[in-house]
Design a protein around this ligand. Sequence first.
Ligand code: G1P
Length: 289
Amino acid sequence: MEIKKAVIPVAGLGTRFLPVTKSMPKEMLPIIDKPVIHYVVEEAIASGIDDIIFITGRSKRSIEDYFDDSPELEYHLKQKNQHNLLKIVQDISSMVDLHYIRQREPKGLGDAILTAQKHISDEPFAVLLGDDIIVNKTPCTKQLIDNFYKYGRSTIAVEEVPVEKIGSYGIIKGTPLDDSLYVLEDIVEKPRPEDAPSNIGAIGRYVFTPEILDCIKETVIGVGNEIQLTDGIRLLNSKQKIYAYRFTGKRYDTGDKTEYVKAIIDFALNNEDMKEYIEEYLEGMNLRT
Ligand code: G1P
C-alpha cells in the first residue's frame, strides 16, 4: 500500500526557544525567508505525500494562516505587478491537502499522533516532527518509505547522537543488517547515558504501519508524565518487526538555538543571491581571530 498521508505534530510549546516562542510557534521561526515548517512540508511532498495532518495546539494559528490563501496580499501584489512574489505566495497555499486537528492539552507525542487515528484509518503513514530540517537529494522521509516498500514494516530514522544529548532522544538497541539498516530490538525514551542501550537516537522521522495507533492507545503515561510515541513503538515491536534506518543527509534540529543559527548560515551559503556576501563576511571574521 502506498504511503500518501503524513502526520506533523506541531503542538509543542517550544520552551527551548523562549521568549520568542511565547507568542510565535517555534515551527514558524524563519530560515532566511521561509519558516522551518515550510521545509518540513516540502520534504513530505517530495517524498510522495499528498495529504498532511497537522496536530496543532493553542497559539499555533499562524501555521494555518501561513498555508492558507491571503486575498489582501495577493490583491496588493497583483496591483503592483509583483508577479514573482504573487506566485511564491500562491504556491504555498496550493502545496498539498492540509488538515488541522487540535490536541487539547499537550499530553505527549504519542497522544498527539493518536488524535489523527480517524483520519489515518488503516493506512501506513509517515510522521515528521516539525523541528527537524533534513537536507538531502533523496528526502529522509522518502528513504524510510523506500525501506517500508521493501520490507512492508515500520521504519524509523536514526543517527548517532553525542553522549550529552542521549537524554533528549529515544535511544535504540538494534541488530545491524548492513551499514544503514538495523532490526529494532528495543527503544528507550530519554535514558540516562549510563543506562542507554547505544548512542543511536530516533530523530524526527518515522514511517508506521497503522497498528502503531492501537499500540499507542494501549500505552500508559510514560517519561515526563506524557503518552510517549516510544512506548507505542516498543509495544508494536513486540508484535511486528520494526526497522531503524541510518538516514543519509544533514539534519538541523532547529529547536536548538545553535543548530538553528548553523542552519541559517548553511542555507545562506547555498543561496545564489547571498552566497558571495556571506562568504566574504565569514572570511573577514577569520582574519580577526
Ligand atoms: C521526541 C521523541 C523522541 C525522539 C525525539 C526526536 O522527543 O519522544 O523519542 O528521539 O522526538 O527529536 P521530543 O524532542 O519531542 O522531546
